[in-house]
Design a protein around this ligand. Structure first.
Ligand SMILES: *[C@@H]1O[C@H](CO)[C@@H](O)[C@H](O)[C@H]1NC(C)=O
Ligand SMILES: *[C@@H]1O[C@H](CO)[C@@H](O)[C@H](O)[C@H]1NC(C)=O
Ligand SMILES: *[C@@H]1O[C@H](CO)[C@@H](O)[C@H](O)[C@H]1NC(C)=O
Ligand SMILES: *[C@@H]1O[C@H](CO)[C@@H](O)[C@H](O)[C@H]1NC(C)=O
Ligand SMILES: *[C@@H]1O[C@H](CO)[C@@H](O)[C@H](O)[C@H]1NC(C)=O
Ligand SMILES: *[C@@H]1O[C@H](CO)[C@@H](O)[C@H](O)[C@H]1NC(C)=O
Length: 479
């Protein structure tokens, strides 16, 4: 139902998906799909190179017949050499992989999402955590061609892993029993575009740099357009967003409930770029942790919007109860008084897996568009409904995606973002009920840095100019 609204909006603003998705069977953007001949390889084989612009946690270096890929967080060094060429010797290499790879396996849902965005899912032999896969076409492939990892049987998993050229895994998930495992740390990146840019990391295995570059250029241009427009329109009225979660007592936590407010870097980045402010739950670490609901609620007093990421499925009333909000007390909390409570579980697989761990990792522009829609209702003309964020207080329904929703199993998945340049951003209307209680003052309790991942020099200028000049500068720069 929500997708229908989205489709209507996309049509209304005449917005073809910004990224050109490859159609099934196309070899466009894939180089050197053949191996080097027996006469040996010489000269530079990799005509199109990937250059890392936003991501901090991986690097890629090109040599004549091989490339060296490093996951700096996981300390992985992967030597990708053109098949048929002499295998090089590289100090500290974690694995040597002949490319382009013809068969791969992946444990993480984000790796699967990157592979599908590149349109190379025809190379996938096995997928892990397969019931949680939400992409319609990967669900259909899992029902027909791709074998799920035989997760109940370690011997069998081992056989499956050895039977593919490369196994993508997350740090900590690897048994260390094969020499073809490649780790990826996209989830640790501190910017949304940094996460997306890992498409270049995965592309290197398929010699699909051309596809990755063109897709990422399109995502980052669209993202920066959204961020620029949000910056110029909403600098004076920026709600405070908190990303929260509740863990019920269970055997995993010694039967003691706890509450968290996330400090994840990419969320600060997104919230700022959406023209909003992130609740500073202070302290380092990935999240501020609370063992009493009273302390948690006290920390949430300044939040205008709550994005609940609890691993449960529940109603708004359940949430208020779990958070410890007594009946009649909702007006004490701006987010509860305004009913601005969202969950990123708007798209789910038939088995209840969340698309949140797939598509938004790749398509940072669509993700930012969603955060803007949550922070600034009515930002676009028409009734824009976020793709992944579901308004829990309105009991918005989940959109369930199944294998039957796939139209072309081997086509590259499309970027669901609208084309930002075609959207006429509306001014924030202070009279809108969602803004009531949103404070214009920007205290040290929340992050109000306007520096942007995509505009380092402008950010430096803004910081130097001081906050009083921010609105003026932004207005001048963005015309
Ligand atoms: C990577 O190497 C650094 C420096 O040697 C070390 O501090 C860090 O713990 C290593 N990380 C992992 C995940 O092995
Ligand atoms: C586990 O997999 C191995 C290898 O495929 C097979 O021989 C064995 O019978 C399986 N064990 C069980 C309990 O299914
Ligand atoms: C190994 O891969 C081939 C296809 O490349 C497949 O036919 C076979 O079933 C696989 N074997 C195992 C144990 O996964
Ligand atoms: C688990 O809870 C019990 C009872 O509240 C407590 O005595 C014990 O110290 C706790 N254990 C840990 C590891 O926190
Ligand atoms: C968050 O709050 C802490 C404690 O008040 C402060 O030290 C820190 O600088 C703040 N962080 C940001 C990014 O504003
Ligand atoms: C998926 O397909 C079903 C059955 O055709 C349809 O009712 C549903 O609206 C589709 N869902 C999406 C998200 O397109």
């Amino acid at each position: 139902m929500k997708l229908a609204v989205l489709a209507a909006l996309a049509a209304a603003i005449a917005a073809p998906a910004p990224a050109r998705a490859q159609s099934a069977g196309s070899t466009q953007g894939l180089q050197d799909t053949g191996c080097v001949g027996s006469d040996g390889a010489s000269g530079a084989l990799f005509a199109t190179k990937a250059e890392v612009k936003y991501a901090k946690l991986f690097s890629i270096a090109y040599h004549d017949t091989y490339k060296v890929l490093s996951d700096k967080a996981a300390n992985g060094t992967y030597v990708l050499y053109q098949c048929g060429s002499q295998r090089p010797s590289v100090a500290g290499a974690s694995a040597y992989i002949p490319v382009p790879v013809k068969s791969v396996a992946a444990w993480s849902t984000s790796a699967a999402a990157f592979i599908e965005a590149l349109g190379v899912q025809d190379r996938v032999q096995n997928l892990g955590t397969s019931p949680s896969i939400t992409s319609a076409c990967l669900q259909q492939l899992l029902a027909t061609v791709i074998k799920p990892f035989d997760e109940g049987n370690a011997t069998s998993v081992d056989e499956q892993e050895r039977n593919t050229t490369v196994v993508f895994n997350m740090p900590g998930g690897d048994e260390g029993n094969t020499d073809n495992t490649v780790l990826s740390s996209e989830y640790l990146e501190t910017s949304a575009l940094g996460r997306s840019e890992w498409i270049k990391y995965f592309a290197a295995f398929f010699n699909a740099e051309e596809r990755a570059n063109s897709l990422f250029d399109s995502i980052s241009a669209n993202y920066n357009c959204f961020a620029d427009k949000a910056d110029s329109k909403y600098n004076q009225l920026r709600p405070v967003v908190a990303w929260t979660s509740y863990a019920a007592p269970s055997s995993f936590n010694n039967n003691t409930a706890y509450w968290q407010i996330s400090n994840a870097g990419f969320k600060y980045d997104l919230v700022r770029d959406a023209g909003a402010r992130m609740l500073n739950a202070s302290a380092g670490g990935p999240a501020a942790m609370f063992t009493s609901s009273a302390a948690f609620l006290a920390a949430l007093t300044k939040a205008d919007i709550v994005i609940d990421e609890s691993f449960v499925s529940y109603t708004y009333d359940d949430l208020l109860k779990n958070y410890g909000v007594a009946s009649g007390d909702a007006k004490k909390y701006p987010w509860a008084a305004a009913g601005r409570v969202y969950r990123p579980d708007g798209i789910q697989s038939t088995a209840g897996g969340l698309d949140w761990f797939e598509a938004p990792v790749v398509y940072a522009d669509a993700l930012l568009q969603d955060v803007i829609a949550v922070a600034h209702p009515g930002f676009a003309k028409g009734n824009y409904s976020p793709i992944w964020f579901r308004d829990l207080s309105e009991s918005e329904p989940v959109v369930v995606v199944g294998a039957s929703n796939c139209t072309d199993m081997y086509a590259a998945r499309r970027d669901p973002a609208a084309t930002c340049s075609a959207i006429d951003f509306q001014n924030a209307d202070p009279a809108h009920p969602d803004y009531s209680g949103v404070s214009a003052s920007q205290t040290g309790d929340v992050v109000h840095d306007v520096s942007r991942s995509g505009a380092a020099s402008r950010a430096a200028a803004l910081q130097a100019a001081g906050s009083a000049a921010i609105a003026i500068l932004a207005a001048v720069c963005l015309i």
